[in-house]
Design a protein around this ligand. Structure first.
Ligand code: NAD
Length: 283
């Protein structure tokens, strides 16, 4: 059984990102910024924003957090996004989710300039992904593909079963797998007989947010198992895959923690670098 180590994949990408940012600073004399917008006091969002800022700074990017009160009006929030859209030193805008319930999240997200939407959540970037045109792709699905790529695991002609159909993980992941010529099945909470569907998979990608959902008896011997899930159980972080049991059957498997999550943040930073590279070719 091969352990797919997200930390190694992250380190590989990190090295390239650091180099590219250094080059931009030296050649163009600019301080590229990643702007992180946090609205309200959702604790996981605040934690994610702080950790994103720390990682961004560690690769040489300027990272600023714009904290806004939960009761900020829509017009003021849109005005902040407009200001960041217009700021030429800002190369990426991250809007922490979830927004307070009073907001129509997608309406706010769509105000982000698609060329700065490093999370790939605007309708424009989602459309680009679905039609196979270049654009920003959400970071978690990109992290999954980065792991497969790093370990030379091809999806061409493979039966891929994705568990979860969210806009940020399951759906974009299905598009990326189709681009790699996989035969893709997307399962969800209403799927009947998940076990039978999984048993025919060459690759299982679990993104349901249900600890222990995927067990060894659902895995075809030798299959690749990618665990996107992050769950807290009895004070521990675990995935959607019952790791010990699944590892007896899987050919390759990602751990949690230390798997997909370790690569996700790097993919956001890589998107920022891609944005910088794009402006370089324009100017
Ligand atoms: P979500 O709640 O938006 O979507 C969950 C999906 O799973 C839904 O489509 C639902 O139909 C499906 N589902 C739920 N229970 C199921 C079941 N019993 N059988 C089959 N399908 C089922 O969640 P999300 O935002 O897509 O995140 C999914 C998981 O991935 C969560 O654990 C989340 O914490 C994790 N996540 C990890 C990263 C990372 O970097 N590793 C990033 C984002 C999300």
């Amino acid at each position: 059984m091969q352990l797919l180590n997200g930390k190694d994949v992250a380190a590989f990408h990190r090295q390239r990102i650091v180099q590219q940012i250094q080059e931009v600073r030296e050649k163009r004399g600019i301080e590229p910024e990643l702007s992180i917008v946090v609205v309200g006091d959702d604790a996981p969002s605040a934690m994610y924003a702080a950790s994103m800022q720390k990682t961004a700074r560690s690769v040489g990017l300027k990272a600023a957090i714009y904290r806004q009160e939960a009761n900020i009006g829509e017009a003021d929030l849109l005005a902040l996004i407009d200001r960041l859209n217009d700021d030429v030193s800002v190369f990426g805008i991250l809007l922490m989710m979830p927004l307070p319930e009073s907001f129509d999240s997608q309406r706010i997200i769509n105000r982000i300039d698609p060329s700065k939407d490093v999370d790939g959540l605007t309708d424009a970037n989602i459309a680009r992904l679905c039609t196979g045109r270049p654009g920003f792709v959400p970071c978690t699905p990109r992290a999954v593909m980065a792991i497969l790529d790093y370990y030379h695991l091809s999806l061409s002609g493979k039966e891929v079963v994705i568990i979860g159909r969210s806009t940020v993980v399951g759906k974009p992941l299905s598009q990326l797998c189709l681009q790699q010529n996989a035969t893709v099945t997307v399962c969800h909470s209403r799927t009947k007989d998940l076990k039978a569907v999984c048993q025919r998979a060459d690759v299982i990608m679990a993104a349901a947010g249900r600890a222990g959902l995927v067990t060894g008896d659902m895995i075809k011997p030798g299959a690749v198992v990618i665990d996107v899930g992050i769950n807290r159980v009895e004070g521990k972080t675990v995935g959607d895959v019952a790791f010990e049991d699944a590892a007896l059957f899987a050919g390759s498997i990602t751990p949690v923690p230390g798997g997909v999550g370790a690569v996700t943040t790097m993919m956001i930073l890589e998107n920022v670098v891609c944005g910088i590279a794009r402006t370089e070719t324009i100017s």
